[in-house]
Design a protein around this ligand. Structure first.
Ligand code: GLY
Ligand code: MN
Ligand code: MN
Length: 469
């Protein structure tokens, strides 16, 4: 948990950005029912948490351009606290959270018009909270009805997402430390899953995808992670070629690969790791060939990740290596697809590599932040996509700066098809690590889990017992 001064500093910066006449209104996330009398585990809204560190539901933050912060939160209520747990309450909140004022959330409708009165712009996250616009319309309408009594209604509504997204894009020291720890926990979970797979197979036990998911979840939670950062993918054999596969009941077979894309969220921050390994701990020749190709692509992408480079540079570097490799190993026939330049220009590699090489990561696993460089947004060029014929608008990609965090995750997915060498059929490989951009390169947060062929095989030879904690 970060000290309250960290959140106070972020709110002060927000106040500066909305200007002296602005007011920002940020609700936290609603509670979500899963089914009768049973809710999904509660998770605060990322913007709200970024500015408060407060995890209770039914809360709103109001920041005014003069730098004042007011929280509306659940009031103390002994009976509700007996059922639902401790509430901080508005009396304790200002000192605990370094706020200027706090009130019961029941007072929101009564207090908001007065807080908005006299401001020139209302800022709130557009199109993110169902019903928020209506709520704000109500407060503005109430204020307008009082103009004869001297009330001043703002003339402007502004989207807060852009401002907060820019702030969140560059991670401060506290965020980086939390992401480091999340990466370490997730790495240890991957190691555990690798070792358990090999160990159970060696012992002649049946191993299914859900056995490995259980090991991952165990490891996340025992280190204090509150949630998985996203639905865990544990894909045995051909299932790895389904990009959004989830851990199910597929059987791990001797001689096949397992792809695990799973990672934890810690104190509001995601990690995101993929490793692909042989179920029995030993790569076959074709598996190793493709694995080393994906690893070389990842290394090229990592080398291209540094301050001053464009967000698309790691992807372009990975594609170049993958496309050349596809020609070299015979996945693509150069008599049909032509040279490396042709493969890239016509996107022939797309048959085996159909996703981007990374995304921003932070509080959300696919974190907020524009992928276009803000100062160059007007420089649009249009082109026809080589495969689909769609018209694509290209704008200059974001220039990477120290403190930005992104994943680097190339892959190869070989579905059986005519002309595709049979020994590669049904192999799906992805390797994914999380990186923080530095002035000279990038720092990988998730490399405690081995990634080289020899290191993975060595780890899996020295397997631990299933259930060891
Ligand atoms: N696990 C989600 C992703 O890799 O983007
Ligand atoms: Mn990812
Ligand atoms: Mn992932």
């Amino acid at each position: 948990m970060n000290p309250s001064s960290v959140y106070a500093r972020r709110r002060a910066l927000l106040a500066e950005k909305i200007g002296a006449g602005g007011i920002a209104i940020i609700p936290t996330a609603p509670e979500q029912q899963r089914n009768r009398d049973s809710d999904f585990p509660y998770r605060a809204d990322s913007y709200f948490y970024y500015l408060t560190g407060f995890t209770e539901p039914k809360a709103w933050l109001v920041v005014t351009g003069d730098g004042r912060s007011t929280l509306f939160c659940q009031p103390k209520d002994l009976e509700r606290e007996i059922w639902d747990g401790y509430r901080l309450g508005p009396t304790a909140a200002p000192a605990q959270l370094a706020l200027d004022a706090a009130h019961s959330v029941a007072e929101l409708d009564a207090q908001l018009p007065a807080l908005i009165d006299g401001r020139d712009a209302v800022w709130y996250p557009f199109a993110t909270h169902q019903g928020l616009e209506t709520r704000i319309d109500g407060w503005l309408g109430g204020l307008r009805a009082r103009v004869r009594y001297g009330a001043l209604c703002p003339q402007t509504q502004r989207d807060l997402c852009g401002v907060l997204d820019e702030m969140r894009l560059v991670k401060d020291a506290y965020e980086q430390a939390t992401m480091h720890r999340a990466g370490q926990i997730s790495a240890s979970a991957h190691m555990r899953a690798m070792q358990v797979a090999a160990n159970m197979l060696r012992a002649g036990q049946e191993v299914r995808e859900y056995h490995l998911e259980a090991e991952l979840l165990h490891e996340f939670r025992r280190h204090g992670s509150q949630f998985p950062a996203y639905g865990s993918i544990v894909a045995a054999g051909a299932n790895a070629c389904v990009l959004h596969y989830r851990a199910d009941r597929g059987l791990l077979r001797d001689g096949e690969l397992v792809l695990i894309d799973a990672a934890c969220e810690l104190d509001g921050y995601a990690s995101d790791i993929t490793r692909t390994f042989p179920a029995n701990g030993k790569f076959t020749g074709p598996q190793r060939t493709l694995y080393e190709l994906v690893l070389a692509a990842q290394e090229a992408a990592i080398a291209a990740t540094k301050a001053g480079a464009r967000f698309t540079d790691p992807h372009d570097a990975a594609v170049k290596v993958l496309a050349q490799g596809m020609l070299d190993v015979g996945l693509l026939d150069k008599n049909k697809v032509g040279s490396l330049d042709d493969v890239i220009e016509k996107r022939a590699y797309f048959q085996f590599y159909m996703h981007r090489t990374g995304h921003w990561i932070g509080m959300d696993v696919h974190d907020c932040g524009d992928y276009t460089e803000p100062g160059e947004i007007g420089q649009v060029s249009t082109r026809q996509d080589a495969l689909t014929g769609d018209t694509i608008k290209d704008r200059p990609a974001r220039i990477l700066r120290a403190g930005m965090a992104l994943t680097i995750e190339p892959g190869i997915y070989v579905r059986p098809a005519e002309g595709v060498p049979e020994h590669f059929h049904n192999i799906g490989i992805r390797i994914e690590d999380d990186a923080i951009v530095t002035d000279t390169g990038c720092e990988l947060l998730t490399r405690d889990v081995p990634v080289g062929v020899a290191e993975i095989e060595a780890l899996m030879r020295g397997g631990v017992e299933s259930g060891k904690s």
